[in-house]
Design a protein around this ligand. Structure first.
Ligand code: MN
Length: 130
């Protein structure tokens, strides 16, 4: 399994912060600012996990999650929905659409990497055994 993480996020500041924290922790980070681009990147990269903003221009995060789950090669890839704290209904909808779990925005820089790692047990085990 790759140690590449894919972030699908249209907000430059959110993307910058998530990329910074994950790269500092040793992950490779790829990104897309919209759903169709993110789906294409996921098919190309087979990332260890996908961080998925819900509020995206055009195709929203729910539709992206459904499309990712419909691809047999991505059906087992962890999808972490990144939802706004205020939008409590987002979380249930994200899980119904196929997300593995969610984290809340604004992200907490002190715990963000650990929150993401929790979705990556297989990737961590494989890296540690190499
Ligand atoms: Mn957004």
């Amino acid at each position: 399994m790759s140690d590449t993480l894919l972030i699908i996020e249209d907000n430059e500041q959110n993307l910058y912060m998530m990329r910074y924290l994950l790269e500092r922790a040793g992950y490779r980070v790829e990104s897309s600012g919209d759903g169709p681009g993110g789906i294409a990147a996921a098919r190309r990269l087979h990332p260890a996990a996908i961080l998925l903003d819900i509020q995206l221009p055009g195709m929203d995060g729910y539709a992206v999650a459904v499309a990712l789950r419909a691809d047999p090669e991505l059906s087992g890839t962890p999808i972490v929905a990144v939802t706004s704290y205020a939008m409590t209904g987002d979380r249930e909808k994200a899980l119904e659409a196929g997300a593995t779990g969610y984290i809340e925005k604004p992200i907490d820089p002190d715990s963000f990497v650990d929150q993401i790692k929790a979705f990556l047990p297989d990737a961590r085990a494989e890296r540690d055994s190499q």
